[in-house]
Design a binder for this molecule. Structure first.
Ligand code: UT7
Length: 346
């Protein structure tokens, strides 16, 4: 507050989108590297040395993306002190929706009982959560939208060919959810950055099941309903783009790498994460490395990590958090956040 000539004026503080609550849901079933050894020509040593992954979670056959999303959303709502009726919009970032339509967001909306709230899916591969977060942040600029549920979910195991050792050892299942609302203080989203290079789309794709190659006996026999990946191409892209995103976000906000309290890169391979850490001189204790425990959960990686870190007290009010993700598209993007939320503003 400022007192000017006897008139009390409210200091005008620009609105920042804030994460009001965050949650996650993971399947109970753990798939170990040893189990994969019995399914495909691989070894625990190779997986650990080339990826750093120790185990991953796999959803049961009766669990769909909407089930994990719903659980994660309930946790995020509870932690935000809100109810489904407080939501104005639902965005689900996923490449493994329950079905092509209706959207998983509409299914989640119905289960939450958030009737009439607009809901849509956003497909940006492993960048799905970051894209959804940034879209939500833009909606919050409008007075019509105050609280937005943003979910990152993928049940990767449904689109994995467990005889393809190039991909099957990498992926796992999970969901993370954030309630994004308006804040008036120093905490919240400080900057965002999105991009895409569609010329690299063929390096990471699931070719079958869409209008180009609809499902047929042939498409199933040819394995077109599973992930196809050129690992080396993605590896090269990932190591370059993770640093690019980080540099752009920090530079625009006037910060340096040493200011970062928690670096949350996409969790696809420890070697990609370590390469970024080396180039950015961010130590491992300030870097999320949950890929070891959960593998690559695609759009769920970042919100699951944030939720668990907050739960474990590793993410504190005021921490500078740097998110950087990449994925199919090829899409990429990130966000810089000052962690924490206003106590009294919903
Ligand atoms: O969210 C988006 C995601 N994807 C990524 O971020 C993936 C990025 N890429 C990677 O993480 C790595 O490229 C991989 C982990 C996929 C592969 O590691 P790499 O060090 O690039 O291995 P490579 O593809 O160069 O293959 C080296 C060898 C090959 O054998 P030959 O041709 O040299 O005889 C592969 O066939 O390793 C073989 N190989 C395996 N061996 C045992 C590939 N996968 C396996 C495996 N077990 N699971």
């Amino acid at each position: 507050m400022q007192v000017i000539s006897g008139v009390i004026r409210k200091k005008v503080v620009p609105m920042k989108a804030q994460i009001k609550g965050i949650g996650h849901a993971l399947p109970d079933r753990i798939m170990t590297n040893e189990e994969l050894e019995t399914m495909v020509d691989t070894s625990t040593e190779w997986i650990i040395e080339r990826t750093g992954i120790l185990e991953r979670r796999i959803a049961g056959v009766d669990t769909a993306a909407s089930d994990l999303s719903y659980e994660a959303a309930l946790m995020a709502l509870e932690r935000s002190g809100m109810q489904a009726k407080d939501l104005d919009l639902i965005i689900v970032g996923t490449s493994t929706p329950d079905m092509l339509f209706p959207s998983t967001a509409c299914i989640v909306q119905d289960r939450l009982g958030a009737r009439n709230v607009p809901a849509f899916d956003l497909e940006a591969g492993c960048t799905g959560f970051v894209y959804s977060l940034v879209v939500a942040e833009k909606f919050l600029l409008s007075p019509e939208y105050n609280n937005i549920l943003v979910v990152g979910v993928d049940i990767c195991s449904r689109i994995i060919d467990y005889s393809d050792r190039n991909t099957c050892v990498l992926f796992g299942d999970g969901a993370g959810a954030a309630i994004l609302g308006k804040g008036s203080g120093d905490t919240g989203i400080l900057g965002t950055y999105l991009g895409a290079d569609g010329s690299g789309g063929q390096f990471l794709c699931m070719p079958g099941g869409g209008s180009a190659r609809p499902a047929s006996h042939e498409s199933v026999e040819q394995g077109l309903h599973c992930i196809k990946m050129d690992g080396s191409e993605i590896f090269r892209f990932a190591t370059r783009i993770t640093v690019d995103i980080s540099e752009k976000l920090l530079g625009a906000a006037g910060y340096k790498y040493e200011d970062v309290d928690l670096f949350v890169p996409h969790q696809s391979n420890m070697r990609i994460i370590k390469s970024a850490m080396r180039r950015m001189k961010i130590p491992e204790e300030k870097t999320v490395t949950s890929v070891k425990q959960f593998g690559n959960m695609s759009a769920a990686c970042l919100p699951v990590a944030l939720s668990i870190y907050e739960e474990e007290g590793k993410l504190q009010e005021g921490d500078l958090v740097l998110l950087a993700a990449f994925g199919a598209g090829l899409s990429y993007g990130g966000a810089l956040l000052r962690w924490g939320r206003d106590k009294d503003v919903f």
